[in-house]
Write a protein that binds this ligand. Structure first.
Ligand code: GAL
Length: 952
């Protein structure tokens, strides 16, 4: 009843100011109006980034990533929930171990992050089936519609995931602040379906505002959608202005300015997915994607969005990308790594993009008037140089101005100077500015900065904090550019320049400071009728060295460590949970009572600086030593190719009908999914009694991009072919092999056994399932495995019938690693990938030795003893150039952590995440290598460290 009441209230109040009522004493209230979200009445600028827990199957590392988000000034994380990841079969769901969503949400809350929960049912995300479990391919009814079969299936998922999300909502003291329905639901505007997702959520106890992420510049949000059935409370927009061509990282904004539209008058502007990396469509490598979406892009596009559109809800895609381990990848756009060129790398390292997020994120959190602004028609700051333009917003209550100064030149990197004639709320000033091409600055005027009055500054504000009775403010600008900061006082204050070259002039209550951004200047201002101010004026780089952490007795600022996760002040001691990458200075700005510093378990000797801060030194991390990978043993498999192999317990592939919207080309239906084999490799064995007139075997397999299939007849290897891929038209699969092509296998003389049983054996690599991005159902439901098989003969119409059997990975067999870990290779079915498998009888041979066509396994183990109290992300590197003639599945302690090969992608290094990797014990590596032809094998292989920090 109470729930019903709250649902009713949500609906009732969903116009100008929507308030979602609290449920318990510890609960919080979420509301919104046209400016921003409000939590317990306090306006919040939502600064979120995307994280996929299913791409980091190591729950202890979730904490690391979330803390890194928080330390960059994010206050929220956006989480897709993958239906495929949790459900091996209809009615079966698993939320334990690496799938423990309760733990995920608790961890987010402990790290101080709100959560935007995005359970789909469809999520896209370059994940297999776009998050749809492959068993859904067998369910009748168009996916992403109101049709009955699909409806029953998605409701089943929602009724499993929603109650978990519901109990972690802010309204019940948890982190979930928004619930996102569907994903870029654009083409088939089935309003009843969109409405039903929301009705199910409400019925399951979801009472936070419901959002959705619209695609492609809000193309589908007709006025009906914005308010009629199916409309959500807060629609948002996805923007990827840089596109995904990482191979040309200097091509700037091919998809426009990326300004997020305001979709309705009563809601904040919500950048539901704003580009913060890219899929590597051209196999350029993720470093190029990081360059394409690097700090320059972030400065220009994010600040433009902030000031030009006044967005107050941001979610950046991705904050941390992770790994397409197992068969998690959608096959067409991605390979094993989903690093995404994000601010935090796949190996959880921080990049210059992280620094930029930190500069902007701290600003958003520190400067409260940003949460409520209106556009100002005529910019109050006129630029003397047309190369630099200004746009402004102002807070209607405080009058605080936010002026965006950007360079009009988006093609080159020229730098221009201008004088801003700035009519600020507290008076008019002329200030010099310098902005480079592809750069933008947000300048503030008329702002109560703690106990100070900031008249204006041409430096950007990073953060400010009241520490030990004085305001400490960090401002910054491009190295070498001029800066002017004007502050207001009742009387002439005392100005002490502690560091750097800063000129101070006082007149008419204004203290004007002029300087060039160079290193870190320090100015102490006292008197003048205000509490003291320590002004820290740095370059972008100097600003990035600062960390801000909240303690029970107020904020502290720290610089010099690689990361600060959290801080506490106990008595006279500041305690930091921090990472250090090198031995070097560490400086802490805390209340004067704090005289000691402890970083982790280390007492750090400190002195007090003229700035009043504590100065000490961090300790260098210990050097890890990684063992060489030796002692490999090998064993060839594929007994399935041999004629005498007993396949009597395999599944008979004898269906004559299918629920697939794709009609089979030949009968019986051989689609792997129809027989319950959804992921990875699948074997077929076809028996026929030969007449002797057979000449050729014609096969078609559909695998998704990068897949292939290998064919044997009576144990003799006939060759391999590339599998068929996604068709862009979406309505049919692309015929896998042009006619005549490699899908036609001539029967060599002497191979047939006339009058006897003949066996065709086919190994098909299913690379994953297409997404349903365009919501046409057909692309997602494209079959996997054989779609046509005929034995051609010289006598017309005399082809013998073939009796087929199929074998693949058993759904739900591995409860720990889940449904996406394994396919149906013989070694996988027999446990050769598992650490416990006894391989003593295998031959000694390294992976680089010559391979025969078929499947060969390699195993070795290694001991690790990484330094305790350190974070050393470890990777596996393949030396040499990979051949397109083989593909390697890599198993670490039984976990399929990736695929390597000349046709698979540009990747040579594979992340071995702690948790799957035993950092203080024995680990087993197993490789399953499928070769299409005789070829030298992969490698040599070695372990390497992506980095090394002393800390968590
Ligand atoms: C969006 C989609 C995301 C992801 C992204 C590209 O269209 O909503 O799930 O696929 O594109 O990485």
């Amino acid at each position: 009843m109470r729930r019903l009441l709250s649902v009713f209230l949500v609906m009732l109040l969903s116009s100008a100011l929507t308030v979602v009522p609290a449920h318990t004493a510890t609960a919080h209230e979420v509301a919104y109006d046209k400016y921003s979200l409000m939590i317990d009445g306090r306006r919040v600028v939502l600064q979120s980034a995307e994280f996929h827990y299913f791409r980091l199957p190591s729950p202890p590392l979730w904490r690391d990533v979330f803390q890194k988000f928080r330390s960059a000034g994010f206050n929220a994380v956006s989480l897709y929930f993958s239906w495929a990841y949790h459900s091996p079969a209809p009615g079966e769901y698993d939320f334990t171990g690496v799938r423990d969503v309760d733990r995920l949400l608790r961890t987010a809350r402990e790290a101080g992050l709100y959560v935007i929960a995005r359970p789909g049912p469809y999520i896209n995300a370059e994940s297999t089936g776009g998050g749809f479990p492959a068993w859904l391919k067998n369910v009748p009814g168009r996916a992403r519609s109101s049709e009955a079969g699909y409806q029953a299936a998605y409701r089943e998922w929602l009724h499993r995931i929603n109650p978990i999300l519901a109990r972690h909502q802010v309204t019940r003291g948890g982190p979930v602040v928004l619930y996102n329905a569907e994903n870029e639901y654009q083409v088939n505007t089935d309003a009843a379906y969109m409405q039903d997702i929301q009705d199910q959520a409400r019925a399951d106890g979801i009472d936070v505002p419901i959002t959705t992420n619209d695609c492609c510049d809000a193309g589908s949000w007709s006025s009906t959608w914005a308010t009629g059935p199916g409309a959500v409370q807060i629609p948002g927009v996805d923007d990827y202005p840089q596109s995904f061509e990482c191979a040309t990282p200097d091509v700037w904004g091919p998809w426009g300015e990326g300004l997020t539209e305001k979709l309705r008058g009563d809601i904040p502007v919500f950048a539901a997915e704003y580009q913060a990396g890219a899929i590597d469509l051209g196999n350029a490598g993720y470093d190029k994607c990081r360059q394409l979406t690097g700090p320059a892009f972030m400065k220009y596009f994010y600040k433009n969005n902030l000031v030009t559109t006044g967005a107050t809800m941001f979610s950046y895609y991705m904050g941390y990308g992770g790994t397409n381990w197992g068969w998690l990848a959608q096959p067409n756009d991605v390979y094993t790594s989903y690093d995404y060129g994000a601010a935090i790398t796949e190996a959880r390292r921080l990049t210059p993009k992280y620094d930029e997020f930190k500069r902007q994120g701290y600003f958003l959190q520190a400067v409260a008037p940003l949460a409520k602004t209106d556009a100002v028609t005529t910019s109050p700051a006129a630029s003397s140089n047309p190369a630099l333009t200004t746009t402004a917003r102002a807070n209607p209550d405080t009058g605080t101005q936010f002026v965006l100064v950007k360079h009009t030149d988006r093609a080159a990197t020229s730098t221009d100077d201008a004088t801003l004639d700035w009519a600020a709320p507290d008076g008019r000033h002329q200030v010099p500015v310098r902005v480079a091409g592809r750069d933008a600055h947000v300048l503030v005027a008329g702002y109560d900065l703690g106990g100070q009055r900031l008249v204006l500054s041409s430096s950007e504000i990073m953060t400010h904090a009241l520490i030990g009775g004085r305001d400490v403010a960090v401002l910054y600008g491009t190295a070498g550019s001029p800066g002017t900061t004007v502050l207001r006082y009742d009387s002439r204050p005392e100005v002490k320049v502690l560091d750097g070259a800063v000129r101070a002039a006082y007149s008419g209550n204004d203290l004007r400071l002029d300087y060039d951004h160079d290193g870190l200047a320090r100015v102490l201002v006292t008197g003048g009728g205000r509490r003291p101010l320590l002004l820290l004026l740095g370059t972008d780089e100097a600003a990035a060295t600062f960390w801000r952490a909240e303690t029970g007795s107020g904020p502290v600022l720290v610089r010099g460590t690689e990361l600060v996760r959290s801080a506490a002040v106990q008595g006279d001691t500041v305690r930091l949970s921090a990472d250090s990458a090198v031995a070097g200075p560490v400086e802490v700005f805390a209340a004067p009572a704090a005289r000691r510093l402890r970083i982790g378990a280390d007492d750090v000797r400190v002195t007090r600086t003229p700035s009043g801060s504590l100065l000490g030194a961090t300790r260098a991390p210990e050097q890890p030593s990684l063992p060489a990978l030796t002692g490999w043993r090998a064993r060839a498999e594929a007994p399935e190719a041999a004629p005498g192999f007993d396949d009597s317990r395999w599944t008979a592939a004898d269906h004559t009908t299918t629920n697939s919207p794709h009609a089979p080309r030949t009968l019986p239906v051989l689609y792997a999914d129809d027989y319950g084999y959804h992921y990875g490799n699948v074997w077929y064995r076809g028996h026929f009694t030969a007449t002797g007139a057979e000449t050729r075997i014609d096969l078609n397999a559909v695998t998704g991009l990068r897949g292939n299939y290998l064919v044997w007849l009576n144990g003799r290897y006939l060759g391999a072919a590339a599998g068929g891929v996604e068709a862009d038209s979406g309505d049919q699969w692309t015929p896998p092999n042009p006619d005549p092509g490699p899908g036609h296998f001539d029967i060599p003389a002497g191979t047939l056994k006339p009058g006897a049983d003949n066996v065709i054996a086919v190994l098909v690599a299913n690379m994953g399932h297409n997404d349903d991005w365009i919501a046409d159902d057909l692309r997602f439901k494209q079959p996997r495995g054989l779609v046509a098989a005929t034995v051609a003969t010289t006598v017309t119409g005399a082809a013998a019938p073939v009796m087929w059997r199929i074998q693949g990975g058993a759904a739900g067999a591995d409860k720990v690693r889940g449904p996406l870990n394994n396919g149906g290779l013989y070694g996988e079915r027999t446990g050769w990938h598992l650490p416990s498998y006894p391989d003593k009888s295998w031959q000694a041979a390294a992976p680089a030795t010559q391979l025969a066509p078929g499947v060969t396994w390699y195993r070795t183990s290694f001991r690790l003893g990484l330094p305790k109290g350190h974070d050393v992300p470890v990777g596996l590197r393949f030396g040499g150039e990979p051949s397109p003639a083989y593909r390697v599945l890599i198993f670490l302690n039984g976990w399929n952590i990736g695929q390597y090969g000349g046709d698979i992608g540009p990747q040579r290094e594979f992340s071995l995440p702690a948790g799957l990797l035993d950092e203080h014990g024995t680990n087993t590596l197993a490789l399953a290598v499928t070769a299409e032809q005789p070829v030298a094998g992969a490698g040599p292989l070695s372990l390497f460290a992506y980095g090394n920090v002393r800390g968590e």
